[in-house]
Design a protein around this ligand. Structure first.
Ligand code: OTU
Length: 649
């Protein structure tokens, strides 16, 4: 027995009487107690080791250890029978989310249906589209005025009053579960709003709560940190610190000045946020989106991003979830260099993760009409550890940043700096001949860095084509959108729609009139749902409706995905097409293969069909998307932006 395991076991033995008190307080059944004990046998030692590594330097380590365990046990004791039942299933089948049946959507409750109780009336809408995973953008109580779209939380246990109550959320969670739809919420744990109770206590001078954050009496320490820090929102404020007049101190604020970074080197913060997290878990949440994971640990002399301790904190949270609420899956939101993104993905850390590199490179391929950088990147960076999964998306509520590896680019003769400038020019519509209508986000004039805002349809050319009454342009824009959806629906992992995409919704420029939003161009791609669009679905008068076509095509593609077993899981093999404008890959399961080929240009392209035969993939195929059959005796012709899901026949 090694020293740490010995200490872990001894600590647990000493803590047992405290656990007994929890069971007594909640009249926890013997059977439930046993479940917790069994889980402790599996998770306690690794958990102890993680907490020991993070916090054993503190004189009061054992006190915090006790508090963490009690917080976890209390949440377990309070978890509903229904949720415990799901826990039991998912412990046996931890890779349930890898099914071909899983298709996600994300939305803002207020913009979609005004509030939570109205949202319950639209469960049928999600089912109709084929969704089985629903991410509700942050809906907890927020500060007045600018609240960064819900990411400045003042209370993790109350819902923003305009959206409803915790009771409404629970009812919705029940309805969704009944309909086979998983509920996804954010855990905004890097920072709280400046009006959260802890921040208010800090402002009132309580030292205990000032230590929940990073506060400094003068500029000297912040300036030392600043030497190595990036600026995430440089147009909001230069640097990463904000002066707070009332408190008379500088506060670490990575994002907006009202978002105060939490101090995880303080174990009291770890415990307090664990408590908030398990409260959210017990509402009936299936996936927790861990916001801004890269920033949760700071260390002088480093970039304070992606530090090893950030991983440790998440791993410790993961163990605690395995103890109290194992049905819950963590989704990492790390929009950073691809080498760093994958480090968060592990059965014991975040089981699923956004795939920002695929997202960025799909747009890159549309702009360049070439797939070289995409193929190069997929060949080295798509595969993941067992039991984990990508979340593949095209747009979300945030901007697009050009996250690819500079050396990947250099290896195929692309200068990364120039290429990012080109992509920014292309997607902000400044590049001659661009079809896109995006706008800059967080342009940093010092470094030249820029990201892009805009809806999928506007970036894909629909807005410009409609404005110019360009029929061919509209056709190409729709094809671009369906092409990208067809990739995220088939490449491996959870496809995630950003609601509004199903109608091809265009940029909404009205945010500029709202002072709380005007400074943040991401609001351009957060449009309000227009329920009147639904009427167009059944209007068969022959009137040409772009929206009906987009909705119906997407709906049918989703349905096909859900009956194609080869689209489950994460295994993907690139298929060399021999054509720089095509992307090809093979998805397989024991029973069958599907070969996906995608044309990223507005010109017809030819695929040498012998490649299919010589790769042993078959000689006769059917495109699952339109039932057209192909044989390898003839070259395969792909129409502009055409996508093939080829199944051997
Ligand atoms: C996230 O995004 C959220 O998705 C944003 O909506 C929030 O504003 C922000 O955190 C603060 O809560 O910079 O432009 O590299 O990983 O954390 C979006 C930073 C962001 C990203 C990400 C951040």
């Amino acid at each position: 027995l090694d020293e740490l395991s010995f200490q872990a076991d001894l600590s647990l033995q000493r803590l047992k009487p405290r656990l007994e008190q929890v069971w007594e307080q909640y009249s926890t059944s013997d059977e439930r107690q046993k479940i917790f004990e069994t889980r402790l046998r599996e998770h306690w030692r690794p958990l102890f080791a993680q907490l020991h590594e993070l916090y054993s330097g503190r004189y009061d380590f054992f006190y915090h250890l006790e508090q963490v365990l009690l917080t976890c046990a209390l949440a377990f004791a309070q978890r509903s029978e229904d949720l415990c039942e799901i826990d039991r299933h998912r412990v046996i089948e931890p890779d349930w989310f890898q099914s071909e049946n899983v298709v996600g959507g994300a939305l803002y409750v207020d913009l979609f249906s005004d509030n939570l109780s109205r949202l319950r009336e639209h469960v049928g809408y999600f089912k109709d589209l084929g969704l089985t995973y629903l991410h509700l953008m942050p809906l907890f109580a927020v500060r007045p005025g600018n609240n960064d779209g819900g990411y400045a939380i003042s209370n993790y246990r109350t819902i923003a009053p305009s959206l409803g109550t915790v009771e409404d959320l629970k009812l919705l969670a029940d309805d969704l579960r009944e309909a086979g739809i998983s509920l996804v919420l954010d855990f905004v744990f890097n920072h709280t709003s400046d009006d959260h109770e802890w921040a208010q206590r800090a402002q009132a001078g309580q030292r205990e709560y000032q230590e929940f954050y990073y506060t400094f009496a003068d500029r000297s320490v912040p300036e030392q940190y600043e030497r190595n820090l990036r600026e995430i929102f440089p147009t909001v404020r230069r640097g990463n610190f904000t002066w707070h007049d009332g408190m008379g101190r500088w506060v670490w604020t990575t994002f907006n000045s009202f978002q105060w970074d939490l101090n995880y080197s303080n174990p009291a913060v770890f415990r307090a946020m664990l408590d908030e997290m398990l409260f959210i878990a017990n509402l009936g949440v299936d996936f927790l989106r861990l916001d801004a994971v890269a920033f949760i640990w700071k260390q002088m002399g480093t970039s304070c991003e992606n530090l090893p301790q950030a991983h440790l904190v998440i791993r410790a949270f993961n163990r605690l979830v395995r103890l109290a609420a194992p049905a819950l899956v963590f989704k990492s939101e790390a929009i950073v260099h691809p080498d760093e993104v994958v480090k968060y993905i592990d059965k014991n850390e975040c089981q699923v993760s956004y795939n920002p590199t695929l997202m960025a490179l799909l747009w890159e391929s549309l702009a360049t009409r070439r797939t070289d950088l995409l193929v190069r990147t997929l060949s080295r960076r798509f595969s993941l550890p067992d039991g984990t999964s990508w979340v593949n998306y095209l747009r979300c509520h945030d901007d697009i940043g050009w996250t690819f590896d500079d050396d990947d680019a250099a290896s195929i003769g692309i200068n990364a700096y120039d290429h990012r400038n080109f992509l920014n020019a292309f997607y902000s519509g400044q590049f001659e001949g661009s079809f896109a209508r995006g706008v800059p986000f967080q342009h940093n004039h010092e470094t030249g860095d820029m990201r892009i805002s805009g809806t999928m349809a506007s970036l894909a050319g629909l807005e410009r084509a409609i404005e110019q009454e360009d029929e061919e342009g509209k056709e190409l824009a729709i094809r671009r959108m369906m092409l990208l959806h067809g990739v995220t629906l088939s490449i491996g992992g959870i496809p995630l729609l950003y609601m509004g995409e199903e109608w091809g919704m265009l940029n909404d420029y009205s945010f500029t009139t709202d002072p709380a939003k005007a400074g943040d161009s991401r609001w351009i791609h957060r449009p309000r749902m227009k329920w009147e669009y639904l009427e167009e679905l059944d209007d068969e008068s022959g009137r040409d409706s772009i929206r009906r076509r987009i909705f119906r095509s997407l709906q049918s593609m989703i349905a096909i995905r859900k009956r194609t077993l080869a689209f489950a899981g994460q295994e993907m093999k690139l298929f060399p097409t021999g054509n720089h404008h095509l992307l090809g890959y093979v998805r397989s399961n024991e029973a069958s293969n599907v070969v996906v080929v995608a044309n990223f240009t507005e010109h017809a392209q030819v695929l040498d069909a012998n490649r299919l035969r010589t790769a042993g993939l078959g000689r006769f195929f059917k495109n699952l998307l339109n039932d057209v059959e192909y044989g390898t005796a003839e070259p395969v012709l792909l129409q502009p932006y055409e996508l093939l899901w080829l199944k051997r026949i």
